[in-house]
Design a protein around this ligand. Structure first.
Ligand SMILES: Nc1ncnc2c1ncn2[C@@H]1O[C@H](COP(=O)(O)OP(=O)(O)OP(=O)(O)O)[C@@H](O)[C@H]1O
Ligand SMILES: [K+]
Ligand SMILES: [Mg+2]
Length: 676
């Protein structure tokens, strides 16, 4: 993880947050938070009464009013500070990303010649050439060549990654650097819409939208505020009718103590900090909704190649069947691959070289290229003389050969099964109605998967691997990686169908994938996590991108999602419980102020009515900054049943929320009473 992504709470972030707390006093932005907006209006009213006492006939209260004004002002500022601090780290990251977005020169290929243009002038569809040492001028797809690319500017990972034409490793990101070789890239994004642009607006929180959960809670808090507003506003006339005179600043103090200012002040900070924690894990979440959904995930569907495995499947062996010669298998395998730009296809030609096998490429001149498709699971060429050559998934090639009246060699299944049982992918090689042999494609499971899937199981999440590969290979990889279940030979639509089926059972589904064939499923899932190594289509369809291309990162996102929901719940409970306690400090004080004979109401034994009101108000203000660390870090999450967690949190935050203010207000009163 890079230093810029791990920006700690530096003094620069804190001082910027202090400044922003004042800027956020602007009523237009305050109005988005109705609870704190009411406090701000109250602050202004008390300020007016302090500045123009004659007008309000409250001459004798100036000192008290001024104090109330300052406490209220700080209440609003503390809430703003919480939000500004939560935004701070993202803003700092956005700044450092903006630095890596400097305008550079691009080698645009126009009619076969290279023209130097500024990167900002590149549009979708433009072709550029990028050589060793140069920065890739925009997001795009490699259409020719292979290069190792340093992506540390966005991923923070210093080891270079291989990018190549065709297949699932062809997408490149603007702002990353080619460290060796040369590639030709087709630009896929217009200025302002690049991955880095999206990343900047994400970490900056420029387009942050409230999640459905947050909106619901906000409605509840606003309703509570309106109810208390009505109660307090009608309290004045009722008291007046009983010949009790209640001061307006006292009523405002009462109102502020009763409305849920603690959670109102911390609510958006909790959401922003949750998103920020996801980013700290090098996962980019496009919305807070996705993070919260992750907290409730029941089923997780994973793609195999490129997600659970590295996905750099390489041909490692030719296996003849039906008594064919190794040379013949190699020849047809090579001819089927001459125009296959996928890594699998090119690795076949490399294996030919490695094994010093020769083939006559001119056989394929003028041939029609049959591109690999997830639907057909085959690729190859139709030769000019009418012969058709194919390689592909064994069952697909068997069907293709049988349809042409061919026979299946007796030893084919045994050979392909033995490759599959080792976790390899067998590709059958055929010409017209005859199968010549197999290509052994090797892939490796990413390390540490088993432990991580065990963790998911403990969280109550079921893992299903869903792959286009054959059942035997799938079973081997599934066993090696430790997933709960698997589905083999699935086409893109099967992946979607599986997700829909789970969703129909009322489950929330997460999907991780990297390929273009995963894109529809990534879009259908409640949480779609794309590997950064994957295709542009996958990254655009998903609502999260893992910059480290580690599918098990979903564990962190799930924990953060759960933590986010729990933190919000815990602080809401705490806030409302708090307000109930304040009620006992401030209501008696108000009445004692009006009718001194009622001093028996002073159950908390507070110094004086005025000091009781001020103490409650001070407590109400300082509880906000005191809870900022909890709001930012989130309450501790340990995997345990939801009902047990709920019970535990109600005890801690509900009971604590009632007890803490009694102690706090009493202590503050001991000090405040020295003056009033
Ligand atoms: N270039 C290719 N030419 C011919 N057949 C291929 C080629 N690449 C893959 N195949 C075959 O097609 C099958 C399906 O490929 P697809 O890309 O849909 O899924 P996958 O990569 O095997 O699995 P996953 O969905 O887990 O990424 C592969 O298992 C393999 O048998
Ligand atoms: K309050
Ligand atoms: Mg894949």
């Amino acid at each position: 993880m890079s230093a810029n992504r791990k920006t700690m709470l530096s003094s620069a972030i804190i001082s910027r947050a202090v400044k922003d707390s004042f800027i956020k006093l602007n009523p237009v932005s305050m109005m988005k938070n109705p609870v704190m907006f009411v406090v701000e209006v109250g602050t202004v009213v008390v300020l007016m009464m302090t500045l123009f006492p004659g007008y309000f006939q409250t001459q004798d209260q100036i000192g008290f009013n001024l104090t109330v004004f300052f406490i209220l002002l700080f209440t609003v500022l503390f809430a703003n500070f919480a939000e500004a601090l939560a935004e701070g780290r993202g803003k700092a990251q956005a700044d450092s990303l903006k630095n890596s977005k400097k305008e550079i020169n691009a080698n645009k290929v126009v009619g076969g010649v290279i023209k130097i243009v500024p990167s900002t002038e590149l549009r979708k569809g433009d072709i550029v050439s990028v050589s060793q040492g140069e920065m890739i001028p925009g997001d795009g797809e490699v259409i020719e060549g292979l290069a190792s690319v340093d992506e540390s500017a966005i991923t923070g990972e210093s080891a270079p990654v291989i990018k190549e034409a065709g297949g699932d490793f062809s997408s490149v990101t603007g702002g990353t650097r080619v460290v060796s070789d040369k590639i030709t890239v087709r630009i896929t994004s217009d200025p302002g819409e690049s991955f880095i642009d999206r990343m900047i607006s994400l970490v900056e929180g420029a387009k942050r939208q409230k999640t459905p959960n947050e909106l619901a809670l906000n409605t509840l808090l606003t309703s509570l505020t309106i109810i208390f507003l009505i109660v307090v506003v009608t309290l004045g006339p009722i008291a007046g009718y009983l010949n009790i005179e209640l001061q307006i600043p006292v009523l405002i103090a009462l109102l502020v103590c009763l409305i849920p200012t603690t959670i109102g002040g911390l609510l958006s900070a909790i959401g922003i900090a949750g998103m920020d924690r996801v980013t700290q894990f090098n996962v980019l979440a496009m919305s807070g909704k996705a993070v919260e959904a992750a907290g409730d995930i029941n089923t997780m569907i994973l793609d195999k190649t490129g997600t659970i495995t590295y996905g750099n499947r390489m041909a490692s062996e030719f296996v003849p069947v039906g008594g064919e010669a190794l040379q013949t298998v190699g020849e047809w395998a090579a001819i089927s691959s001459v125009r296959d730009e996928t890594p699998e296809g090119r690795s076949v030609l490399e294996l030919m070289k490695k094994q010093s096998l020769a083939y006559d490429g001119s056989v394929a001149t003028g041939a029609e290229f049959i591109e690999f498709k997830a639907e057909t699971r085959m690729s190859g060429v139709d030769l000019q003389d009418g012969r058709k050559v194919r390689k592909g998934a064994v069952d697909a090639v068997k069907k293709w050969v049988t349809a042409q009246g061919g026979n299946i060699p007796a030893d084919l299944d045994a050979s392909s099964d033995s490759i599959a049982r080792e976790g390899g992918t067998p590709l059958a090689v055929a010409m017209d109605n005859r199968i010549y042999g197999l290509i052994y494609l090797k892939d490796t499971v990413k390390p540490g998967m088993r432990d991580r899937f065990d963790q998911l199981r403990q969280m109550g999440i079921k893992t299903i691997m869903c792959t286009g590969d054959n059942p035997l290979t799938a079973a081997t990889i599934a066993r090696e990686a430790g997933v709960d279940d698997f589905v083999a030979e699935s086409k893109p639509e099967d992946k979607i169908a599986l997700i829909r089926r789970e969703q129909a059972e009322g489950k929330l589904v997460a999907m991780t994938g990297d390929g273009t064939n995963d894109a529809p499923a990534l879009a259908q899932a409640d949480v779609g996590l794309a590997m950064n190594s994957g295709t542009i289509a996958a990254k655009e369809a998903a609502n999260m991108v893992d910059l480290d291309s580690d599918p098990s990162k979903i564990i962190e996102v799930v924990s953060i999602g759960k933590q986010l929901l729990m933190t919000r719940g815990a602080l809401t409970t705490f806030s409302i419980a708090n307000d109930i306690a304040k009620y006992f400090a401030i209501i008696p004080a108000m009445f004692i102020l009006a009718i001194p004979e009622m001093s028996a109401l002073n159950v908390m034994g507070l110094g004086s009515p005025l000091s009781a009101i001020l103490s409650a108000l001070i407590f109400n203000a300082i509880i906000i900054p005191l809870l900022i660390p909890l709001a930012m870090k989130g309450v501790a999450y340990k995997p345990m049943s939801a009902s047990k967690l709920l019970g535990r949190n109600i005890v801690i935050y509900g009971l604590g929320g009632v007890i803490v203010p009694f102690i706090g207000i009493k202590l503050i009163d001991l000090v405040v009473h020295l003056w009033v």
